[in-house]
Design a protein around this ligand. Structure first.
Ligand code: FA5
Ligand code: MG
Length: 501
């Protein structure tokens, strides 16, 4: 059975035992992990993050490997490609207020409730989200701050850039810590004499946006009763259409700007003519977020596949009401800064952003035009497979999660349809990903399911994952790869009771 609905409670081990396992994992960590003074963890005394100590409880699942990465603030590091990308996007929204220092520890209310996430939304599960305790977590998206910033009502438009945290798949475009930028623009209904007047105001502001000649695939209707509904209680069709048109054009303009810069960099590097870059292709696909309706995702054609770069939509009106700005109407988006930076600079692997290697860092200079990243090394890959029988159980098995797929469910919404609630999975792939990350950290480039098989007689399920080891810093010896792999195999037995094959 292959399904994807992670409404899960997987932490089968008691909290105490879990911490024990985690702590011993940390002690045996062999690959370089950034150490950070921003955090300390202690099973008995709670977790201290940015000087605040939080009690831990049975919900706690944030591991030392994540805390070790806390506090780097790559999005505001001068000359870091994430920061350069942020500034370039901000420059397309010159009238917006930019908020770039909001702390990562938020409440369940901020991250989920305030945005209208249902109680059974998969994003809330501990398979998808890093909890500090049952009320407190590491934000999974910058939307966690929307209601607070709307409540401030300091400007019509704003951006929020920040580090966000997700228990997610492992591959070249997914990392458990990454950076998002939220952007929102609202209009005050009270400044217009009528609904028609409001729609017209928005349309005339749209006409002032820069034009582009990008080919955009957008077969979607402005809204769809079942798939992507208009908020009929609050918006007229004309209002929603105007907001959506303004939103899409603004984001297309941003993408065009990014790619113009990327193209220039490519040409300057001498790879322009017959380089890897194909003509820019983008498309809009329908999406679902609890905090917008209708909603879309924007995808860009990248290295032979559609890569999702952002989610967006017409802001849920009850959300604005909760923020005390019920007369405002508008749009919001959330974009993955790593994904954009990878396109912009030609950075092939998301792990590189965390590198402290001068061969990486010295290539970026915010006072200069964007320059193409020159790979300084490519160490050999060491693939190792792990095959195992799952323990017998009636619960669903969640595998083949959409690491590189588009329009996937995620810790922040984003799926095409509203998530269905389901039983607790007996095995969730994200837990395997976490075991791999804690044991081998950045030495792993990719983890993929390569075989899934149900025994016709016994009904037992067998899974096989390929873990591709490849360090960005050195050649891993056969022994090193074997040792990491063995540690992972043993931990799968210890944690999930699997039987190795
Ligand atoms: C969200 O996080 C929504 N909060 C976005 C949003 C904001 C929608 C405002 C509507 C209004 P999503 O889970 O799709 O949506 O993530 C947004 C973007 O973050 C993705 O398009 C992708 O670019 C990036 N992203 C998601 N997961 C990862 C990951 N593990 N590593 C790197 N980038 C990621
Ligand atoms: Mg998404």
């Amino acid at each position: 059975m292959i399904l994807r609905n992670p409404n899960a409670l997987i932490w089968a081990l008691s909290a105490g035992l879990r911490w024990h396992v985690r702590r011993s994992t940390r002690l045996t960590l062999r690959l370089s992990r950034q150490s950070s003074t921003a955090t300390t963890s202690n099973a008995d005394h709670g977790l201290t993050i940015d000087g605040n100590t939080y009690a831990t409880d049975s919900w706690t699942n944030v591991p030392p490997s994540i805390l070790a990465q806390y506090g780097r603030r790559l999005h505001i590091q001068p000359n870091h490609p994430i920061s350069i990308t942020r500034k370039l996007i901000e420059s397309r929204f010159p009238a917006f207020q930019n908020r770039n220092e909001l702390p990562a520890v938020v409440t369940v209310d901020q991250n989920f409730d305030s945005l209208g996430f249902t109680q059974d939304h998969p994003g809330r599960s501990r398979t998808d989200t890093y909890y500090i305790n049952k009320d407190t977590l590491l934000r999974t998206h910058t939307s966690a701050h929307e209601v607070d910033v709307f409540r401030d009502n300091a400007s019509d438009g704003y951006t929020i850039s920040a580090d966000v945290y997700r228990r997610d798949a492992v591959d070249r475009s997914h990392y458990p810590v990454f950076h998002q930028m939220e952007g929102a623009l609202t209009w005050d209904r009270n400044a217009s004499s009528s609904s028609e007047d409001l729609a017209e105001t928005i349309m005339s502001s749209l006409k002032k946006l820069p034009k582009h000649d990008l080919v955009v695939e957008d077969p979607n209707p402005p809204f769809h009763e079942e798939r992507n509904p208009l908020q009929t209680k609050y918006h007229t069709p004309e209002e929603a259409k105007a907001v959506a048109a303004h939103l899409k054009r603004s984001l297309e303009d941003m993408v065009v700007t990014i790619f113009a810069a990327a193209d220039k960099a490519l040409a300057a590097s001498g790879q322009g003519a017959q380089g890897e870059q194909e003509p820019l292709k983008v498309r809009w696909v329908e999406a679902f977020f609890p905090h917008t309706s209708p909603s879309w995702e924007l995808e860009v054609w990248w290295r032979g596949d559609w890569l999702e770069v952002l989610g967006c939509g017409v802001i849920d009106q009850p959300l604005l009401n909760r923020a005390g700005v019920s007369s405002r109407v508008g749009w919001a988006f959330g974009i993955g800064l790593e994904r954009i930076a990878m396109l912009l600079f030609g950075i092939p692997d998301i792990r590189l952003f965390w590198s402290k290697d001068q061969r990486f860092l010295s290539q970026f200079d915010e006072s200069q035009p964007i320059r193409r990243f020159q790979p300084f090394s490519k160490y050999p890959a060491a693939p190792r497979d792990v095959a195992f029988w799952l323990p017998k159980s009636d619960g669903p098995v969640v595998v083949d999660t959409p690491a590189s797929k588009t329009s996937a469910p995620s810790a922040a919404g984003g799926q095409v349809t509203e998530p269905m609630s389901s039983e607790t999975p007996s095995f969730h792939e994200n837990d395997l990903m976490e075991v791999v990350r804690n044991a081998a950290g950045d030495a792993v480039e990719d983890v993929s399911l390569i075989d899934s098989f149900k025994h016709p007689k016994t009904g037992r399920q067998s899974l096989c994952y390929r873990v591709t080891y490849r360090s960005l810093e050195k050649t891993l010896t056969t022994e090193e790869a074997n040792e990491l792999h063995e540690q992972i195999r043993q931990e799968l037995v210890l944690k999930f009771g699997v039987e190795l094959r």
